[in-house]
Each structure stands twice: as C-alpha cells, then as structure tokens.
Design a binder for this molecule. Structure first.
Ligand code: PGA
Length: 252
C-alpha cells in the first residue's frame, strides 16, 4: 500500500571521496530497487557529486532548506537551487536544527511550503525530549508540532510529505525506542493526520521512525503496521549497513 522509505541522514559527515565510494558500492549491490524508496541526505557539495551518479535505486536529499527562494541570506540554502540540481527530498525540522539552530515550528512550516513550491519532497521531523516522554507529554508535544508544521498545507500536498518520528532521546545515543513504543507513537501521528485531513491522506502518508536504527533492530521496527521506513543517522554512513537496511524494508 505505502511504499517504504529508507533515508540516510549523513549530517556533517563524509568527504567527496568517501561519498563517491559509498554510492558506487550501493549502485553495485542494489542496481534497481522498486519496492522501497532509498534516499541519502548529504551536505550541499556532496549532493552534487551524488546526483551525478544516482540511479533509480537511490535518490538524493538535502538536510535543510531556507524558506525564501533567493535573497540576501548569507549561508542559507535555496529550494529553487536544490530543484535546479534535481534534488528530490529535503529534511525539515530535524531536532538538531531545532535545538542547535533555534528553528521554531513557524520556521518549519515556512520551510515545508518552500520545499513544496520547489518540488522537493519534505521529510518533516517531529519528536519529544526525554522529560516530555517521562511526563507523558509526548502526544501533546507532537500535536503542537504537527499542527504548527502543517498549517496551511493542503491535503494534496500532505500526501507527498513524509513524517519522521524521532524521539530526541534516541538520536545518536544508541537508545532506540522499543518497536512497540515507536509503533504506538507513529499510530498516534497517523490518527492525528486522520483528524486533520481525513482517511485518504492518513492512509497514504508515510511515517518513518528515526533514532539509533541499525541492521540489528530494523526488521522489528519495519514490521510494524504504522511504520513505513526509517530515518537513519550513524548506521547510514556505512554502505554495507545501509544496503542491509534497505533490503530489510524490501521484505515489508
Ligand atoms: P541516529 O540519527 O540514527 O544516528 O540516531 C538519526 C537522525 O538524527 O536522523
């Protein structure tokens, strides 16, 4: 029904040579995969050398986009430029952007609109801190983040969006949410989307889990009904691990 999506978030890692070695290895191991969308989100100069070598098996994404298409915004990345390079996806609202670079829900909303008008598919990250989970505030926080992120986004656009549920306490910490915790929260997100947009959109939208996903836990995570893939940091830097995780999603 929903095509799984495995996305690697390389963050601020890899040189040009390392990126090229990775993509050659992936192209050789999985020349064409139709059952899963596989994506690598890389730093801006790396995207260019990856795009030249990408095939149907692997699409390329950015890790951020600015909400204006052009102007005097030193250091920012334009959606219009990304589109002109045939970049397909963009991660928006990653917790590192929210926490280190002070991105607000309002900025996330404007960035989603910038991505959509430039034909980029947004992977929109939401997720709670440990204190919020411990105080049973996860669903409340996610409701606030999601309602703000998608304010003014039409149902048609919503179907193109991927939501990545990433509990902040599980990112880069080795602590994964249990598959049941991840499923319960992804199911909650789908119910919320159903309330906001109706069943057609809720059944179509893809929801990923992210936070210390690796070959050892992907099978269980991907087997869950409401989890349509994963957003993967550390383990997606290694080509063999990435290939294993894409293959795990093929079985879904
Ligand atoms: P991790 O990162 O897989 O290294 O925990 C996930 C992410 O930040 O998207």
């Amino acid at each position: 029904m929903r095509k799984p999506i495995i996305a690697g978030n390389w963050k601020m890692f890899k040189t040009r040579d390392e990126a090229i070695a990775f993509i050659y290895k992936v192209s050789e191991a999985m020349p064409s995969i139709k059952e899963v969308d596989s994506v690598i989100c890389a730093q801006a100069p790396l995207m260019r050398c990856l795009i030249k070598r990408q095939g149907e098996n692997l699409r390329i994404g950015a890790q951020n986009v600015f909400y204006e298409d052009e102007g005097a915004y030193t250091g920012e990345l334009s959606g219009k430029l990304l589109n002109s390079y045939n970049v397909d996806y963009v991660i928006i609202g990653h917790s590192e952007r929210r926490n280190i670079f002070n991105e607000t829900d309002e900025m996330v909303n404007k960035k989603i609109k910038a991505a959509l008008r430039n034909d980029l598919l947004p992977i929109v990250c939401v997720g709670e801190h440990l204190e919020e989970r411990e105080n049973n505030l996860t669903n409340q926080l996610l409701t606030t983040q999601i309602k703000a992120a998608f304010k003014g986004i039409s149902a048609i656009d919503m179907e193109r969006i991927v939501i990545a549920y990433e509990p902040i306490w599980a990112i880069g910490t080795g602590k994964t949410a249990t598959a049941d915790q991840a499923e319960e929260t992804c199911a909650f997100i789908r119910t919320l989307v159903r309330e906001m947009y109706g069943s057609v959109v809720a059944d179509a939208i893809r929801i990923q889990y992210g936070g210390s996903v690796k070959p050892a836990n992907i099978d269980e995570i991907i087997s869950k009904a409401n989890i349509d893939g994963a957003l993967i940091g550390g383990a997606a830097l290694d080509a063999d691990m990435f290939i294993t995780m894409v293959n795990a999603a093929v079985k879904k």
